[in-house]
Design a protein around this ligand. Structure first.
Ligand code: ZN
Length: 466
């Protein structure tokens, strides 16, 4: 029995206004029902006007996935009743979507996998129901917010693969600057179809709606597969069921069975003309495309020698990728910047904003590379600055004021260390090179971390060989 999984992914597009009206689209922190107008509330006589920017962002996604953009696409009404949908229908694209086909290649456990895309279309979001102890509240702020829906072919073969696919898609969307794609905020959500193929014959599909974390995707798919397997082993039929996922209880909830399936009575929206994407417009969108993450990784490898694994980590978030690039461009040894950003700075980077400005990290790395700031001291400064207990330029200045530059003082320290560590000296002379590191450490201690370890090592070597 082989799992067969397909995904339908909803991505909130990063436009200033909604899909068909001038209301602001960034509803997340806004007071309930403060971002509404007659259009998105579906009042009689209000007419939708398509947001050009939303189309351009959706086109970017289509181009990045290698999909075939249709010259003419069309908006349809999907009719159903639900309290969060004041118009009584959702405007979507069904019969003539924006684009067909395409694919996304990503990695699972170091191996490349390619998933084909079936289609991409633009649609509007619905409002939000907020269930409280005393009743259910409705917030219409999200009504009409633009989404692009990406539908894959059933090419995924395990829950883990589905999760990694989504992760790769999120990275792509963020680099395209089309969405923040934050699953916690619902900017990236996914429905999954799953079935078990027996000897090449496809089984009945189970659908899971509204998965909004990577963990939920993997767990819900695993649970749905277990449910199907159990039924098949018992010799029972798998019925077509739609589930939701209860994250807190870690279990599937039945939402509806096939008998209750909706008939949405789709028809072309008479208030909207067909959407025409001219070759010139498409070329313009292509020309303005940001660098794709895999292109960037390849360029980093070429220009800065960044290894693939590190590049993947740095590319997970474009803001961090930009930060790294700013640092790598400015320092004498760009490869060293990888370590500074990934190993040293990363642990402190918990908010959206970087813990210290790129210019300050550049200064710090430059001082270390010039040999005027010992590495341990630099790490200490980084920690202090990241915790808001000082600024890098000030810390460096105060340290430089006390760095031992006096050659005579350095020779004195080195001589003292050689005299008081006969065992290490003997080890070094017997060929144990690591003994030098120990002696440098001792000398740094004596200088209270205020000397340049490179210069101390040179002096110690001269003494040991002399
Ligand atoms: Zn509106």
């Amino acid at each position: 029995m082989e799992p067969v999984i397909g995904l339908e992914i909803h991505v909130q597009l990063l436009t200033r206004t909604k899909l068909f009206c001038a209301c602001r689209a960034d509803y997340f922190a806004a007071p309930p029902n403060s971002l509404t107008c007659p259009v998105c509330l579906g009042l009689p006589g209000a007419l939708p006007v398509l947001n050009k920017k939303a189309v351009e962002l959706a086109l970017r996604v289509a181009l990045a996935l290698g999909a075939q953009v249709q010259r003419v696409s069309q908006f349809d009404r999907k009719n159903y009743f639900y309290p969060d949908l004041p118009k009584g229908y959702q405007i979507t694209q069904r019969d003539a979507p924006l684009a067909w086909g395409g694919s996304l290649t990503f990695k699972v456990d170091g191996e490349l996998r390619t998933v084909r895309i079936r289609e991409l279309h633009i649609e509007e979001d619905a409002g939000k129901l907020i269930h409280t102890e005393t009743g259910t509240l409705i917030d219409f702020n999200r009504c009409g917010v633009p989404l692009v829906e990406i539908v894959t072919e059933p090419d995924l073969r395990s829950p883990r693969e589905a999760r990694e696919f989504l992760r790769a898609l999120r990275t792509l969307l963020r680099h395209l600057r089309v969405s923040n794609a934050d699953m916690e905020k619902g900017e990236l959500r996914c429905d999954a179809n799953v079935s078990l193929a027996l000897e090449g014959k496809l089984g009945t599909k189970t659908e899971i709606k509204n998965l909004n974390s990577f963990r939920a995707v993997e767990r819900a798919l695993t649970a749905a597969l277990d449910y199907q397997k159990e039924r098949l082993i018992r010799g029972e039929a798998v019925h077509q069921v739609t589930f939701g996922w209860d994250e807190s209880r870690n279990e599937l909830m039945i939402q509806r069975t096939k008998e209750e399936a909706h008939d949405y009575r789709y028809f072309p929206d008479p208030d909207l003309v067909p959407l025409v994407v001219s070759p010139e417009w498409l070329e313009q969108v292509r020309a303005e495309m940001p660098e794709l993450p895999w292109e960037r990784a390849a360029r980093w490898q070429r220009e800065y020698g960044v290894p693939e694994r590190e590049a993947e980590a740095l590319l997970s978030d474009p803001a961090r990728a930009d930060y790294f690039e700013e640092v790598a461009k400015a320092v004498p040894n760009p490869k060293a910047a990888v370590g500074w950003v990934l190993s040293e700075l990363w642990p402190y980077w918990t908010d959206e904003e970087p813990p210290i400005p790129a210019q300050e990290l550049i200064l710090l790395i430059q001082k270390v590379e010039e040999g005027v700031l010992p590495r341990p001291k630099a790490k200490e400064f980084l920690e202090l600055a990241a915790k808001g207990e000082g600024r890098i330029p000030d810390l460096i200045q105060s340290a430089e004021a006390t760095v031992v530059r006096d050659e005579e003082a350095l020779w004195t320290i080195a001589k003292e260390v050689v005299e008081s560590n006969p065992q290490a000296v003997a080890d070094f002379r017997a060929g144990k090179n690591q003994a030098l590191g120990f002696l440098v450490g001792q000398a740094m201690k004596r200088s209270q971390g205020r000397a340049d370890p490179k210069r101390l090592a040179q002096i110690l070597l001269e003494l040991l060989k002399g």
